[in-house]
Design a protein around this ligand. Structure first.
Ligand SMILES: NC(=O)c1ccc[n+]([C@@H]2O[C@H](COP(=O)([O-])OP(=O)(O)OC[C@H]3O[C@@H](n4cnc5c(N)ncnc54)[C@H](OP(=O)(O)O)[C@@H]3O)[C@@H](O)[C@H]2O)c1
Length: 247
């Protein structure tokens, strides 16, 4: 198996894209820490599915928007699994509204959860990975971080921030054999996109050349490739998984 003997942490792995990444990493042989903030039962279900595959798994509760909890998550992962080779920064939230109606708390919530969290976990994990002289960091951004989107100034800013952060860190960590890449999904069917109105969903579909929504596995398949030895010469890249929305 491609990822046998590797230890992975996926943030926000109780549902959606994070869950798909955790399961796919385990399918390929990795042991996986499943982070969640409130969905304990769902996270434990993911852990059970991974253990049924014969891999080690652990559910770890941590609100990654808080520095102490994000740092403790990295420590707990290394302690429970025995190491950390692959970090998938996936957890994220949206609090959409037009700029003139956007409350400061919605700005802060989205920036803290989607962007500051990536700084906290990446900084902590890279200290460990630098000593090992290897590591893979995969950050989940969004097509709107590249293109912007009306009603999502906070979300787009957080996702654009992930791109600038990842490119900078990719340059810093390359000499230590730590590869950092970004996946920018388009419309993927999860709880997050379920919250959109039918009108919004149709609007999105009309600009997707492949004329269908993506599935969590479409993102997870790329994440495991970026985590694997097959991807040795790829760092600092932003790869869209969006049915052709952004070309
Ligand atoms: N779905 C899409 O179309 C799409 C498109 C582009 C980018 N993305 C990005 O892909 C990522 C996953 O999206 P999704 O659609 O799978 O979302 P989702 O179904 O809403 O799941 C979000 C996950 O993030 C976790 N989470 C939220 N806040 C957290 C916090 N403070 N600390 C730790 N975990 C937290 C949730 O944990 P709990 O269950 O415990 O709350 C859950 O596991 C996000 O970064 C999102 O922005 C999604």
């Amino acid at each position: 198996m491609k990822l046998a003997g590797k230890f992975a942490l996926v943030t926000g792995a109780s549902r959606g894209i994070g869950k798909a990444c955790a399961l796919k990493l385990a399918e390929l042989g990795a042991d996986v820490a499943v982070n969640y903030s409130s969905s304990k039962v769902k996270a434990e279900e993911v852990v059970s599915l991974i253990r049924e595959m014969g891999r080690q798994a652990v559910a770890i509760k941590a609100d990654i928007s808080k520095q102490e909890e994000a740092e403790a998550l990295i420590e707990e992962t290394i302690k429970s699994l025995g190491g950390l080779d692959i970090l998938v920064n996936n957890a994220g939230v949206a609090r959409d509204s037009l700029l003139i109606r956007m409350k400061e708390e919605d700005w802060t919530k989205v920036l803290d959860t989607n962007l500051s969290s990536v700084f906290f976990t990446t900084k902590s994990a890279s200290k460990y990975m630098m000593k090992k002289r290897r590591g893979r960091i995969i950050n989940i951004s969004s097509v709107v971080g590249v293109s912007g989107n009306a009603g999502q100034a906070n979300y787009a800013a957080s996702k654009a921030g992930i791109i600038g952060f990842s490119k900078s860190v990719a340059k810093e960590l390359a000499p230590r054999n730590i590869l950092v890449n970004v996946i920018a999904p388009g419309f993927i069917e999860t709880d997050m996109t379920d919250a959109l109105t039918e009108q919004q969903k149709e609007g999105i579909l009309s600009v997707v050349p492949l004329k269908k929504y993506g599935k969590p596995d479409d993102v997870a398949n790329l994440a495991v490739f970026l985590a694997s030895e097959e991807s040795k010469y790829l760092t600092g890249q932003v790869i869209n998984v969006d049915g052709g929305m952004n070309m």
